[in-house]
Design a binder for this molecule. Structure first.
Ligand SMILES: [Fe+2]
Length: 224
């Protein structure tokens, strides 16, 4: 009789940390000039944007999803921040193989303008690999008490939350000039903007890799 050894032996004792979730953030303290321009562009566009709507948020207006197509150096600058974030996240997950996918990324972006008390319910983003937000303006001073306007990334393991085996939400203060990026499937929400405050403005975005699908055949009895 012969025995077959398993290809890989599991250690007899270990603590594995599985399915870690990459999250990126970077502050750009030199962003003031761009932010002033972006604020003006976004508020001017909102007046003309028939598709701007209170979509999924409370007292928050989401613009059309074309902001990354605007022809302006400050939009180009935001696109470069998105590219940098996605490159770093992809390298963190894929290592050397990242260079096979990062030249093919596609992005869409939109502005969100939060009014007094505005918030966003828990949600995730469909049909994309990475999502994120860039903060343009925040009426609450940096470092103020409370969590007005904070982004909360929720633990993607709901059972862990109910069993108190989770560190809880990962929180980001909406500091102007800060970009945060995470997997599109990661559930997140936005805490209320301070009541009675001014506008809080950000640019949200999705990134996907090239989707050039190929027809693989015709199903029996019908057409695709
Ligand atoms: Fe979102």
């Amino acid at each position: 009789m012969t025995t077959t050894e398993p290809a890989v032996r599991q250690p007899t004792r270990q603590v594995m940390m599985n399915w870690r979730t990459p999250v990126y953030s970077k502050d750009h303290p030199d962003a003031d000039e761009h932010n002033k321009i972006l604020r003006e562009l976004i508020l001017a566009a909102e007046k003309e944007d028939d598709a701007a709507a209170n979509f999924g948020g409370i007292d928050a207006i989401k613009s059309s999803e074309d902001i990354l197509l605007w022809d302006h150096p400050s939009i180009d600058w935001v696109k470069s921040l998105i590219m940098e974030a996605v490159n770093e996240l992809t390298i963190a997950v894929l290592g050397d193989a990242a260079k096979e996918v990062t030249p093919k990324i596609l992005a869409e972006g939109w502005a969100v303008v939060y009014r007094s008390g505005g918030s966003l319910r828990p949600h995730s983003h469909h049909d994309c690999n990475w999502s994120g937000v860039y903060y343009v303006d925040n009426p609450t001073p940096v470092g103020a008490e409370g969590d007005a306007g904070y982004l909360q990334l929720l633990d993607p393991r709901p059972s862990a939350v109910s069993r108190q085996a989770s560190p809880g939400p990962v929180r980001f203060e909406p500091v102007p000039g800060r970009i945060v990026a995470f997997p599109g499937w990661l559930t997140h929400q936005v805490r209320s903007t301070a009541t009675g405050s001014g506008l809080r403005i950000c640019i949200a975005w999705n990134v996907a890799y090239d989707k050039a699908f190929t027809r693989v055949g015709t199903p029996a009895g019908g057409t695709l």
